[in-house]
Design a protein around this ligand. Sequence first.
Ligand code: SF4
Length: 498
Amino acid sequence: MNFSKSKYCQYCQCPKILWLNKYKPEELKPDPSAEERFEKGNQVGDLAMELFGDFTEVTAYDENGKLDLSKMIENTNECLKNGTVNICEASFSSGGLFCSCDILHKESDGYAIYEVKSSTHVSAVYITDITYQKFVLEKCGIKVTGTYIVHINSNYIFDGKLDVQKFFTIKDVSALVEEEAKKRDIEADLINATQLCDCKDEPKYDLSIKCRDPYVCGFWDYCSRHLPKPNVFDVYSMNFSKKIKAYQDGYFEFGDVRSAVKLSEMQKRQLDFVLHNVDEHIDKEGIKSFLDTLSYPLYFLDFETMQLVIPEYPNSKPYQQITFQYSLHYIGKEGGEIKHKEFLGESGIDPRRSLAEQLVKDIPTDACVLSYNMSFEKSRIKELADLFPDLSDSLMKIRDNVKDLIDPFHKGYYYNKAIGNSFSIKSVLPAMFPDDPELDYHNLEGVHNGSEAMTLFPKIKDLPQDEQAVARKNLLKYCELDTYAMVKIFLKLVEISK
Ligand code: SF4
């Protein structure tokens, strides 16, 4: 077998990933956000090529549109011969080890490797990655004079003109690479990986912290198939390392977890409901106490946001949550009519000012507002208040009146077996309203969740006119269902509290 840098990093995470990729690829659960991440990585990679001025990119494709690695190596050699100062995607191969360097920068006595990442910090896996590159280059006879991680500067504020130098942070990781190189024997790793993948017997690697470190492994469902359902990994709000520790200690059935693991009150309730086979639990007094904190007129608010890796609007940072849409249902008085308002910005235009202006018109400053998991909505309102001082008073008053519809579920006032291991609205809604097509997110066209909304909105501006109208309609329908779902859940709580 041959190593690429991504294969090598997979091997370092868990050698079994390579074996499963070879013998059981059908068990790999697709990662829905992978394409989006890949696209962001490409945007950032393209931008970083300009960091040191003129550059030559050696990327080449074969007639089937696949990367032509041999041609890339040939192009790289050509650049090295010509003394090219900045070679992007510089590619090397030696003894079954292949790598491409994002930027190879010529220095007086050798070359420095710059590895570009679309994240905002240096993480351990990047060091493994660049250590591998340095090893391959040195095997090819290149003198490596420096190793650097180029990542996004999370404090960069876009002022209308992108400054590539300020957008990126360059971190010298030479000392970390030196340490990492001492820990690794890459050639021995290649021999081990080859032996492992040549053998048809599945290697014995049990679940461990590595299953999520550095990346969530797509073979989790396959490797955890021996566990009963539910199990320790289904416990609410418990961090993964604690779950793994309980699993490794032999506490994975709910009964064992309940007696042997330190749990929060919410977690204890969850396990007790399951262990006592409770179909539905209703604490009328608890629900009433929650409802008593609310008052009419009652507004139900939900935001949709996007996170642009390369900011496009002045006064915004990389990955900042930009609110572009909201849906608002409201009920004026008990038993009153359910009404609806909404806002959706124009793709390609900063939506924040017009959204904030409409929000303060749509919600009276003394009205009670319900959100589901309110910290998200409250944070977005605060950001808008900070951005627009003239609207700050009204926005902060709205924010102060937000209450959380998730509370009755978190506090165990209402439980229903079908809710499962998540209190998200996508779990609670179908559990409270099974088989109601009007409330089924699957029946929506085009947009079924926040991630799809987030991805679609910034792309609308590039769609043909007729597709733009459809995309906007789909976004509006999706967000409307989010707040309509909240209304239905609220009314159901009112009904069962009586
Ligand atoms: S799920 Fe865990 S044990 Fe299975 S291949 Fe992935 S990292 Fe390895």
